[in-house]
Design a protein around this ligand. Structure first.
Ligand SMILES: *Cc1c(COP(=O)(O)O)cnc(C)c1O
Length: 437
């Protein structure tokens, strides 16, 4: 393809590949497996993105979760502008993080103390360190299909052999780094019991996404989550909720609020920074008091509690709360999901959709509820790729991966959503015709 046949995004991608691995700064942005070069975007507002070619897209990726009020919410933007005109970073004490920390600890009873960091990965990494220090134990139990950022010790897949054994899932992560990580399947009490009967005295913590949303959408049974809480308590292990996606999305208090369960430690990110790089870990005061300078667990960050992120986060959360936007967004998501479901069924199309709060996931038809990785539809990748490309051509931007969920925001109105639902059905119907014809 000659340079003049390429659109501007293609040209930028060619340049990007020369200076960054795969042309991207995070792998899922690359459209890998989608048979097309990624679209480059230059601006965003509300639920819309504008590409460098000046084409408008309805955005369902929403930066993978942070933008629950939509792109550049006017009230958040005003707070950000004001902060930028006041200070950017101090590396010293300031009142902005205090205000957000006080608001969070007042709203979330299971967060007695917290520490701000700059990403979800950092939050998880630090929470594990605290758990190991506080218990004097080494092992961590995680679940297949849950993602907790790119922390070395959690980049694992289930290994063969012993219950709970794991193997590294990334080159560059040593056997030693994952040696103390145990892996269990989701939705299976028996397997967790087996792991605890063998390793219970060595398990510092169990970490779970209480609403797993990084490998499709795998909602867990309430009684299963309760079981995890109980077995941790029985064995003196800590329960860590990774609410980096679900926190401030399924409800103000995330899944801890929805389930009424109390994690010992919890990790937040994404929405917490209102579109800026902010994460935090927090929980029981006695555990958090292990952290330096008070305790022996070292953890630090040059840009931690960055004032711009602190203001964006606080304004976002206060706006969500004062207008109770969760019920509004979740209601719209429910109607959007119902429209899609009805359309897929009416035309007998091989797709279905799962909706949890304002998250949705389009997947191949499956008879039983999908709660674990081995229940994922077999042809998910091929089916999704075609749907993704058809949507892209119609100006609908889904996350470019069959196992990423879609995110709605307060800026996705009913009208846009019902138009998009009709278009998605249209794309799926055309695919079905080509396949049958
Ligand atoms: C996104 C995510 C992370 C990692 O957060 P980053 O800010 O990308 O480092 C961790 N856990 C969960 C559940 C996530 O969804």
């Amino acid at each position: 393809m000659g340079k003049k046949d390429m659109n501007e995004s293609d040209q930028l991608f060619e340049r990007a590949k020369k200076v960054s691995p795969g042309g991207v700064h995070s792998p899922v942005r690359s459209f890998k497996g989608m048979d097309r070069a990624p679209v480059f975007f230059k601006s965003a507002e509300g639920c819309h993105l504008t590409s460098v070619e000046n084409r408008r897209y309805v955005d369902f990726c929403m930066s993978f979760g942070p933008l629950i009020l939509g792109h550049r919410d006017p009230e958040v933007e005003e707070a950000v502008r004001e902060m930028i005109g006041t200070a950017w970073t101090f590396g010293a004490c300031e009142p902005y993080s205090l205000e957000l920390a006080e608001w969070l600890t007042a709203e979330l009873p299971w967060v007695q103390k917290l520490r701000f960091v700059s990403s979800g990965t950092e939050a998880v990494m630090s929470a594990l360190r605290v758990a190991r220090a506080a218990t004097g134990r080494k092992k961590i139990l995680k679940f297949e299909g849950c993602y907790h950022g790119h922390v070395d010790s959690l980049l694992v897949k289930a290994g063969s052999g012993l219950a709970g054994a794991s193997a590294s899932s990334s080159a560059g992560v040593s056997e030693e780094a994952v040696h103390h990580t145990l892996v269990a399947a989701l939705d299976d009490e028996e397997e967790v019991r087996r792991v605890f009967s063998e390793h219970g005295r060595d398990i510092a913590a169990v970490i779970i996404e209480p609403l797993p949303a990084n490998f499709g959408l795998l909602p867990q049974r309430a009684e299963y989550l309760k079981f995890l809480r109980d077995i941790c308590t029985q064995h003196g292990s800590l329960l860590i909720f990774d609410e980096v996606i679900s926190g401030f999305r399924v409800a103000l208090g995330g899944m801890a609020e929805v389930t009424g369960l109390r994690p010992d430690l919890v990790c937040y990110g994404k929405i917490l920074g209102g579109g800026f790089p902010v994460g935090c870990y927090g929980g029981r005061a006695d555990l958090m008091d292990q952290v330096a300078p008070l305790g022996p667990v070292y953890q630090a960050g040059t840009l931690s509690a960055n004032p711009v992120g602190m203001r964006a986060g606080l304004v976002t959360l206060k706006k969500m709360k004062s207008r109770n936007l969760w019920s509004e967004i979740n209601g719209r998501a429910g109607r959007f999901g119902a429209d899609l479901k009805a359309g897929f069924a009416k035309h007998n199309l091989p797709f279905d959709v799962s909706v949890e709060s304002s998250l949705f996931w389009i997947h191949g038809k499956q008879k039983e509820p999908i709660r674990r990785v081995d229940r994922l539809p077999a042809d998910q990748s091929t089916g999704f790729k075609k749907l993704f490309l058809g949507c892209l051509d119609r100006g609908i931007y889904l996350a470019p991966n069959a196992y990423e969920v879609g995110f709605l925001s307060a800026a996705h109105g009913d009208e846009v959503l019902s138009q998009v639902a009709a278009q998605v059905i249209e794309v799926a119907s055309e695919l079905e015709k080509t396949t049958r014809g």
